[in-house]
Design a protein around this ligand. Structure first.
Ligand code: ADP
Length: 459
């Protein structure tokens, strides 16, 4: 059964809010923005048909977490659906349920999926149930120092302590030997409590030099599940993605197929709905499940470029009840979804690579972007005169390039990043150029340790 969406409120800001507005407008759906006090002059506000101040008197981040304030704006503006973007409330079960209660469509999976995948321990249990390889880890959360020590002794160090509710590369501690356990355990717990409001942690064996490979999944309300192939997100700093590539240049076709099949079987098992990503670590010919992100991801752009499938529009149509293979969405059957060429995304942030990537704030005095054939830009407040505040994520513009070969896509990326002129605020562009032009990157000879182990990137 389908229910037409006439107006979408985006419970987010910056580039992803604008990305969703564009998808809606092309589908003939009206759009509503929310903005905090600090975002009064933020571009996303002006890209929507209507915009309303949210969370007055609240802290900058809390404004976008103001569940009741957002629901009230949705009701008053007659929005019949909410797209949560990524971060903020995108994985918040209470928010999804409140939308349900108010008869507002939450553009995302069912709240039960947010529940099972928001918690990494529960997600691991689902992966085990679906017979998918997981990293040797504790049987559920660990509750004492002794448990961590005996896990390390049994499986060997290094191990990694992870917050059950962790995300964004935070709440993880690598432990190299038994003497480090005590401090790491108490720090991991207090960091988890501070960042996620819950100090539950679990332990996994630390995989040496893995690649981070993730699979884009879509499910519809008729129970169909497809994958849109993989992304290689191994270029990371502090466990956070910096440059992403699709498809991976270093996977054999056999391993690629096994990983995509594993992702599909997990999501079929839970009857997954809408867009989601299943993340794996790959070491040699082995792959291990790490988590599921039940939402659109920052790096969805590269999958769109190689498949030609609009992920955000598909999210909206699935939320309206359309079937993936029906006329409206027109998704090809799995065996007919083919990828074309290679896409790379670089995350341009307002961070100073020469000062430990400290976020910079201030006014952009001059802004000229790259562009041209095979280039896509998804920008937030990136324009001359824009004031970058210190309150939010430092992502300024996502630069995506697409070409027949990986080398061509990389060369387009280098050319583009060089073309940017941004004055008045520091950015990580020089660092990104160093990454993309590095021989190891070009040869696909990299894993998650690349940035940490390549000091010449920082000059
Ligand atoms: P988050 O939800 O914070 O993004 P993830 O579980 O997805 O956390 O892990 C993020 C990154 O941390 C991975 O891509 C990988 O680089 C590193 N990581 C996580 N678990 C392990 C592990 N067991 N061994 C080695 N690296 C890991």
């Amino acid at each position: 059964m389908s229910r037409r969406i006439n107006k979408v409120l985006v419970a987010n800001r910056g580039e992803i809010a604008i990305r969703v507005f564009r998808a809606c407008t092309e589908l003939n759906i009206r759009t509503v923005a929310i903005y905090s006090n600090e975002d009064t002059s933020s571009l996303h506000r002006y890209k929507a048909d209507e915009a309303y101040l949210v969370g007055e008197g609240k802290k900058p981040i809390d404004a976008y977490l103001d569940i009741e304030g957002i629901i009230e704006i949705a009701k008053n503006s007659d929005a019949d659906a909410i797209h949560p973007g990524y971060g903020f409330l995108s994985e918040n079960i209470h928010f999804a349920r409140r939308c349900e209660e108010e008869g507002i469509i939450f553009i995302g999976p069912k709240s039960e999926h947010l529940d099972m995948f928001g918690d990494k321990v529960k997600a691991r249990e689902q992966a085990i149930k679906a017979n998918i390889p997981v990293i040797p880890g504790s049987d559920g959360p660990v509750n004492s120092l002794e448990e961590v020590k005996s896990f390390g002794e049994k499986h060997g160090f290094p191990i990694i302590i992870k917050a059950s509710l962790g995300g964004g590369g935070r709440g993880m501690r690598i432990v190299n030997g038994i003497e480090e356990v005590e401090e790491a355990y108490s720090r991991a717990k207090s960091e988890a409590k501070a960042a996620f409001g819950n100090d539950e942690v679990y332990v996994e064996k630390y995989v040496n030099r893995p690649k981070h490979i993730e699979v884009q999944i879509f499910g519809d309300s008729a129970g169909n599940i497809v994958h849109l192939y993989e992304r290689d997100c191994s270029i990371q700093r502090r466990h956070q993605k910096v440059v992403e590539v699709a498809p991976s240049v270093s996977l054999s076709n056999e391993l690629r197929q096994d990983i995509c099949d594993a992702a599909v079987s997990l999501m079929k098992n839970v009857n997954y709905l809408n867009a989601g990503t299943v993340e794996f670590l790959v070491s040699g010919d082995n792959f291990y499940f790490i988590e599921v992100n039940p939402r659109v991801q920052v790096e969805h752009t590269i999958t769109e470029m190689i498949t030609g499938i609009d992920i955000v529009q598909t999210q909206i149509l699935v939320a309206e009840g359309y079937e993936l293979f029906g006329e409206k969405i027109g998704m090809p059957q799995q065996e007919d979804i083919i990828t074309h060429g290679f896409a790379i995304q670089s995350r341009v942030t307002t961070e100073d690579p020469l000062n430990n990537f400290m976020p910079d704030a201030g006014k952009i005095m001059a802004y000229r972007s790259g562009g041209g054939f095979g280039v896509r830009l998804d920008a937030g407040n990136a324009y001359q005169g824009s004031v970058i505040t210190p309150f939010y994520d430092s992502l300024l513009v996502k630069v995506t390039t697409h070409a027949h070969t990986f080398e061509q896509a990389a060369s387009k990326m280098i050319r583009n990043l060089h073309e940017f002129r941004i004055r008045g605020i520091k950015t990580n562009i020089p660092f990104l150029i160093n990454v993309v032009k590095h021989e190891k990157f070009i040869n696909g000879d990299y894993d998650t340790s690349f940035i940490d182990e390549t000091p010449e990137l920082f000059i």
